[in-house]
Design a protein around this ligand. Structure first.
Ligand code: ADP
Length: 299
């Protein structure tokens, strides 16, 4: 073979060899790249899939929550309208009767008492709505006054006795203190609202016979507790935390008959938390009564 043709064939075989090596490398690298891409695509696919599913779940949860909140707002507006209209209608009726007829002195006094009770009810509803609005804005008020919680509780009980015409057996009080009075730093009016709301609920959700017991107890020397226990309709275990949310009301036959705004416990919780304490509910179940406990730091 002449040198030129040998060189040509060497060049050819070197080129062929190089081409084959390049092809093999290209094939191998390509194969690796292709597979790596597939693996990468697979991993990306899984990540996107998980993200889409999480997004869907979040979206659905958000939607359901919004729908529930809307329902609660509707129920709230209905009950507030009812709570505002009923006493006004009643006051109007008595005023019209007083205007158009000659009523005896005794009846007249009775009418005045009813109208006063109705205007109290009206005022309570308006105050509750205003308080809930303020609680929503987490306004900070000065909590520097030292308040005797025992006194607050006794005043609230007296108010409840008069308001709901309760005798000594229906509403009982027990004090388990360690010799020292239960003093807390706070706003006496707000603390009264919190305790009164619990008492109002205890009577309202008693069902038939009212049997409410209130206890003021020392929890060591740092905290005090007020417990309001009733033997009424009770609360299902799943709802014990939710009832403190704004507008939340337990659904059910009995609950539908008892009117309310779903604001009371929300107000209680905001007041107690502002005082550095906590409030929680316990119940053995439906029909077995409930106990609400407010714990506050001692002054
Ligand atoms: P309202 O009484 O106006 O509905 P609240 O915020 O005071 O609003 O109470 C929220 C819900 O908690 C009530 O609708 C009721 O279902 C439940 N609840 C509150 N107190 C009691 C109680 N003592 N016994 C049973 N259920 C209660």
């Amino acid at each position: 073979m002449p040198i030129s043709s040998r060189r040509k064939s060497v060049a050819f075989f070197i080129t062929l060899g190089s081409c084959l090596v390049a092809l093999a490398v290209a094939l191998n690298v390509g194969w690796v790249l292709l597979n790596w891409r597939e693996v990468a695509l697979l991993v990306l696919g899984i990540i996107f899939f998980v993200l889409i599913i999480v997004g869907l779940v979040l979206n659905t949860t958000f939607l359901i929550r919004e729908i529930r909140r809307n329902e609660q707002h509707d129920a709230f507006i209905n009950s507030v309208t009812h709570e505002l209209k009923t006493p006004i209608a009643s006051i109007r009726l008595y005023l019209e009767t007083l205007k158009s007829r000659d009523v005896g002195e005794e009846r007249r006094r009775e009418f005045y008492d009813i109208m006063l009770a109705d205007s109290d009810r009206l005022l309570r509803t308006v105050e509750q709505v205003l308080r809930a609005g303020r609680a929503g804005h987490r306004q900070r008020s000065a909590l520097s006054t030292v308040v005797d919680l025992g006194e607050v509780v006794r005043e609230c009980m007296e108010l409840a006795r008069v308001r709901y015409k309760l005798d000594g057996d229906s509403l009982v009080f027990a004090e388990r203190l360690d010799g020292e009075p239960a003093r807390v730093a706070g706003d006496p009016e707000e603390l009264q609202t919190a305790v009164s709301n619990l008492l109002d609920n205890a009577v309202k959700y008693s069902g038939g016979e009212v049997r409410v017991s209130v206890e003021l107890a020392a929890l060591g020397d740092r905290r005090v507790a007020v417990r309001v226990a009733d033997s009424g309709v009770g609360i299902p275990a799943t709802q014990l935390k939710r009832i403190f949310k704004r507008f939340y009301r337990v659904q059910g036959d009995f609950m539908a008959r008892v009117k309310g705004t779903g604001l009371g416990l929300f107000i209680v919780r905001s007041i107690v938390e502002r005082h550095g304490g906590r409030v929680f509910a316990e119940s053995a179940g439906l029909g077995r009564g409930s106990t609400f406990t407010i714990q506050l730091p001692r002054a």
